[in-house]
Ligand binder design. Structure first.
Ligand code: SF4
Ligand code: SF4
Length: 281
């Protein structure tokens, strides 16, 4: 199964705009792996078919009635997560040491619901996304689950392509979104911070042996930095698959949830998709 993961060094570079357009063009299962800031579902207007609870890592919980208040668990916890016979959920790393050590068997390890995964249909095809409850972490695990569900749906329907809106940044969620990718399409904006973000995420993709390709979004807003991006790509043998012009109609079309996007930016994204299909998929 082929997998295109659309990434950028940080949020706001335009990767969701690009992914949403790809969703309208490809025969693929699409998933939003940007689980910390998901917004692809807003554009794709999905109809939810199934909701799956997402459970985070198991954390310790003291059963008060069984606890003899010996204090052993508090002494043993390396994360200082136990005080006065109560577990601090934020500090608990779920190592299970206290659970195994408690002489009274008064500690259980409990996984609580941390969010939800949605299997949906859109007018462009199957789409999977997830929402974490406010303040919840462990989004790398959630990204893995979203990706695996999307892959299973594709297999069941004889579709051999996944398109993922990857997580932003270079942390655990983006690494999880890159797993199994045939292509990492890096959407870069022509600002100096955008250039630095692009370099970092390209290094990450290459570290995992995934060939990065680059699309420059709003390339004409700063031709000097666009030239720097091009120089970097050329000297590092990275193909630039498209240069998306600034199009003031795109924010309006996004606000009106109009997909596929029309105009010069939309046309360039169509060309990028054809380029990927012909040369890379
Ligand atoms: S080790 Fe068990 S019995 Fe002792 S304080 Fe902790 S929970 Fe209570
Ligand atoms: S599971 Fe590990 S981190 Fe959590 S309270 Fe017990 S010993 Fe501490």
């Amino acid at each position: 199964m082929k997998q295109v993961t659309v990434i950028s060094g940080k949020g706001g570079a335009g990767k969701t705009t690009v992914t949403a357009m790809f969703a309208t063009l490809a025969n693929a299962v699409v998933a939003d792996c940007d689980v910390d800031a998901p917004n692809l579902h807003i554009l794709l207007k999905p109809e939810i078919v199934e909701t799956i609870p997402f459970e985070g890592m198991k954390k310790a919980k003291i059963i008060e009635e069984k606890c003899s208040q010996c204090g052993l668990c508090e002494d043993l916890c390396r994360f200082d997560a136990i005080k006065d016979f109560k577990i601090d959920e934020v500090r608990c790393e779920g190592c299970g040491f206290c659970y195994r050590a408690c002489p009274e068997k008064a500690i259980e390890m409990v996984a609580e619901k941390r969010g939800e995964i949605y299997i949906t249909k859109t007018k462009f095809g199957d789409f999977v996304y997830a929402l974490l409850y406010p303040g919840e972490e462990n989004s790398g695990k959630l990204v893995n689950e979203v990706r695996n569900i999307a892959k299973k749906i594709a297999e069941e329907n004889g579709i051999d392509l996944l398109i993922l809106d990857g997580a932003a940044g270079i942390g655990c969620p983006v690494i999880a979104s890159l797993a199994g990718a045939s292509i990492a399409l890096v959407v870069a904006e022509p600002t100096l911070s955008g250039l630095n973000d692009m370099v970092r995420v390209i290094e990450l993709a290459r570290h995992f042996k995934i060939e990065p390709l680059v699309a420059i979004n709003k390339f004409d807003l700063n031709l000097d930095v666009t030239a720097k991006i091009e120089e970097f790509c050329e000297s590092n043998n990275i193909e630039i698959v498209g240069r998306i012009p600034f199009d003031e109609d795109i924010p309006k079309q996004i606000a009106q949830l109009k997909l596929p996007f029309k105009g010069k930016a939309g046309e360039e994204i169509v060309r990028i998709w054809k380029n990927l299909e012909e040369g890379w998929l």
